[in-house]
Design a binder for this molecule. Structure first.
Ligand SMILES: [Zn+2]
Length: 434
C-alpha cells in the first residue's frame, strides 16, 4: 500500500520565516525529521489561486487556466471593484488540466480537501470529500454559498457541525473551524490524499506589513493548527504512514506607493470615466497587486491594440520609477502567463498598481488617501522573498536540504509519493524523496 500524503498550505509562507519556524514545535519537528526546500520560485503573477493551482497541476497558468484570483471585470458592473473585489475564480471548472486530485482519484485513492483555492463548485474535478474555499456571502445565505461549493457528502457531514455555528457577521477568521473539519476528515474518512489551506498569515502580512511582529504570532498559530493535524493522524493510527508537506504560495513585499495606471489611461483617451466608474473603454488595467492585466474591449482591432501599447509605453516613459516593464501577450506567454488580456504591466518594486479610474495617479502609502494593504504580492517571481516547502514522513529523506526550485516541481514530487502521474507536471520532482 502507498503511503498517505497531507498537503497543508500556509498562505504567504516565506523562506525567510525559517528562523521563526525553528522556534515552533511542529514546524521544527517537520524540518528536523524531514526536508527543507528554500527559494521556491512561484509562477507569475504571484497570486494565491494561481500558485495553488500550479502546486497541484505542476503547470503554468498558461496551461492550467487560473491566471488571476479573479475574473477581470470593468468597474461599471460593480462599484466595489478593487484588488480584493468579487468574481473570484473559486470554481474548479476554471482549471483546464489534470490535477493531483484527479490522478489520485483515478488510482482509486481516497481524497479529501478542505479550502484549497479554486476547488469549489460542481466541476467534477474535486476531491471525493470537498469543503471548498468560498466567500460566505457569494450567495444570499452562508448555507447556500457552501452548498454551491462543497460536495453534497461534505456539506451534509460538516456544515451544521462546524460552519453553521460560526458568525460571519463578526469575523471571517475561518482557519480555526476549518482545521477541526480537517481533523474530522483524518479521523473518520482515512484519506490517502488530503489538501488544506491556512489563510491567516497572508492577511496578517497584508494588514501589518511583511515583517511585522504580528507575523510571528500568525506563524505560531499556524504551527498550532499543524500540531492538531498531526495529533489527529496519531489518534487515527495513521501517523507512521503519513507524509506531511507544508507549502507556501508566495511571499510579500511592502508597499511604498500606489500607482493608478487607469487614471493615466483615462488621460490618454484609452478609457472614459464618470464619478469613478467606467463609461467606455478601449482597454483598462485589472490589478494583480504589483502587476496588472490590460483587458481590451470586445472586438478590439489590431489598431486598438497598437494604440493601447503606445499609451502604455508612453506611461512607462513618463513614470520610469513606477513602471518597470510592459509584457506583450507573446512575452507574457514566455513567462507561462496567458489569458484574456493583451498586455501585462509590471511595476517597480514596492509600487502597487491601483484600479482607481479617477483621482491622483500616485498615492503614497503614508497618505490619508491610501486605504489598501501595507504589504502585497502579485509581482513577477524574480522579485520578493521566495516561498518555502518543508516535508517529513516515510517517503521523505531526513536531512534533505534543497535551495532554488520551481513551485511547479512540488506536484511531480507529490505524484511520486502517491505512485501516480499528473499529465502536465513535466518538471522533475524535487530531490527530497527516499
Ligand atoms: Zn496567497
Amino acid at each position: 500500500m502507498k503511503n498517505k500524503l497531507y498537503i497543508i498550505s500556509v498562505d504567504a509562507l516565506e523562506s525567510q520565516d525559517i528562523e521563526i519556524l525553528k522556534t515552533l514545535p511542529n514546524f521544527s519537528y517537520i524540518m528536523e525529521n524531514g526536508a527543507v526546500v528554500t527559494g521556491v520560485r512561484e509562477v507569475y503573477p504571484t497570486l494565491t489561486n494561481v500558485n495553488h493551482v500550479s502546486i497541484i497541476t505542476g503547470a503554468t497558468p498558461a496551461v492550467h487556466g487560473v491566471f488571476h484570483n479573479q475574473h477581470p471585470y470593468a468597474p461599471n458592473a460593480d462599484s466595489n471593484w478593487n484588488v480584493i473585489g468579487f468574481n473570484w475564480m473559486w470554481e474548479s471548472s476554471n482549471i483546464r488540466c489534470e490535477t493531483l486530485i484527479d490522478a489520485a482519484k483515478k488510482a482509486g485513492l481516497k481524497t479529501c480537501c478542505c479550502t484549497w483555492p479554486s476547488m469549489g463548485g460542481t466541476g467534477g474535478n474535486v476531491a471525493e470529500w470537498n469543503v471548498a474555499e468560498i466567500w460566505p456571502h457569494l450567495f444570499p445565505s452562508v448555507r447556500e454559498s457552501y452548498a454551491a461549493s462543497c460536495t453534497p457528502n461534505a456539506m451534509e457531514r460538516y456544515y451544521d457541525k462546524y460552519v453553521a455555528p460560526f458568525d460571519f457577521s463578526k469575523s471571517i477568521d475561518v482557519d480555526p473551524f476549518n482545521v477541526e473539519i480537517v481533523c474530522d476528515m483524518i479521523e473518520n474518512l482515512n484519506p490517502d490524499l488530503l489538501l488544506h489551506h491556512i489563510i491567516t498569515l497572508d492577511a496578517v502580512r497584508h494588514k501589518n506589513g511583511n515583517n511585522s511582529e504580528k507575523v510571528r504570532l500568525a506563524l505560531a498559530r499556524a504551527d498550532g493548527f499543524i500540531g492538531k493535524i498531526i495529533e489527529a493522524s496519531k489518534r487515527a493510527g495513521t501517523f507512521e504512514e503519513t507524509n506531511f508537506a507544508i507549502v507556501g504560495d508566495h511571499g510579500q513585499i511592502c508597499v511604498k506607493e500606489q500607482f493608478n495606471i487607469n487614471v493615466e489611461l483615462n488621460k490618454r483617451g484609452i478609457l472614459g470615466q464618470k464619478d469613478g466608474l467606467i463609461t467606455d473603454y478601449t482597454a483598462y488595467s485589472f490589478s494583480c497587486g504589483f502587476s496588472g492585466l490590460i483587458i481590451m474591449k470586445d472586438g478590439a482591432t489590431e489598431e486598438d491594440k497598437n494604440r493601447v501599447y503606445r499609451a502604455l509605453v508612453d506611461i512607462a516613459n513618463e513614470y520610469p520609477d513606477k513602471i518597470e516593464r510592459i509584457f506583450t501577450q507573446e512575452e507574457a506567454a514566455e513567462e507561462g502567463l496567458a489569458g484574456p488580456f493583451a498586455f501585462v504591466v509590471e511595476t517597480v518594486e514596492g509600487v502597487s498598481l491601483g484600479n482607481a479610474l479617477s483621482g491622483e495617479t500616485v498615492i503614497s502609502v503614508n497618505s490619508p488617501d491610501y486605504h489598501y494593504y501595507k504589504s502585497n504580492h502579485g509581482y513577477h517571481p524574480s522579485k520578493g522573498p521566495k516561498t518555502l516547502f518543508i516535508a517529513c514522513g516515510p517517503n521523505i529523506r531526513q536531512g534533505a536540504r534543497v535551495n532554488g526550485v520551481s513551485i511547479m516541481q512540488e506536484c511531480p514530487t507529490f505524484a511520486e509519493i502517491l505512485g501516480v502521474t499528473v499529465k502536465e507536471a513535466k518538471l522533475p520532482p524535487i530531490d527530497i524523496l527516499k
